[in-house]
Design a binder for this molecule. Sequence first.
Ligand SMILES: Nc1ncnc2c1ncn2[C@@H]1O[C@H](COP(=O)(O)OP(=O)(O)OP(=O)(O)O)[C@@H](O)[C@H]1O
Length: 266
Amino acid sequence: MSTDVVKPILQARDLVKRYGRVTALDHADFDLMPNEILGVIGDNGAGKSSLIKVLAGAVIPDSGEVLMDGKPVHFRSPLDAREAGIETVYQDLALAPALSIADNMFLGRETRKGGAMGKWFRLLDRSGMQKRAREQLSALGLLTIQNIKQPVETLSGGQRQGVAVARAAAFGSKVIILDEPTAALGVKESRRVLELMLDVKKRGLPIILISHNMPHVFEVADRIHIHRLGRRIAVIDPKDYSMADAVAIMTGAMPPPPMADEMAAA
Ligand SMILES: Nc1ncnc2c1ncn2[C@@H]1O[C@H](COP(=O)(O)OP(=O)(O)OP(=O)(O)O)[C@@H](O)[C@H]1O
């Protein structure tokens, strides 16, 4: 057996975030291991979004620290987190409906043509972007989206989610955060998005999955972080607990198991 200790790729320690009198994060900890899908569950208002926004650079905590590969990082904006390799797909997806799939994939990160003319006129490298978008979608098995020039508004909800996840996978070099990726989808579309997540994981990118959908979380997550009243109260292996147990821990009806494995990993 290998004696190497696998270290978390992304961590948070002792995060506190207050909004006036509301304490959204109350000394919250977090650990994401390389190459895992980590489910994050918790009741409404437990502080999941606040936690994820700190990790994504969208919220600056009052205190506590975030570490990547064991080193403290100080995200002042979502751009800082993106530059560190963390890509977040929020529920609203932030896609531009009238733009094509390829344009959406490169939104805000357009590549420009080389050569004197290209540089002078800052010409977009449309064919290059389309080629990369096609490669990315096909690598993730999303080839049913046939035409890369098709406007995103003509796609189904599941296909849009696919584009958003493919974009995150294309640019996220370290971590992908998915906030309720299946919330607005039907059964078949949800299935494709869950498969897509497993594909992304197979390609070596860890995923943080925030979801209220227990069957989805239990289906794909390697571990489940349970958040309650602003902090992590447990991390469970879905093989060892039932969904009913997870909900009971989440709502305080059942005491959380000790955090021993987390202590060892830290
Ligand atoms: N920008 C804000 N201003 C004021 N209060 C906020 C803000 N963001 C979050 N809160 C409060 O902080 C607490 C935690 O909210 P948060 O959205 O992080 O929880 P959540 O677990 O993601 O909830 P949900 O599952 O309902 O989305 C809640 O009481 C919420 O009302």
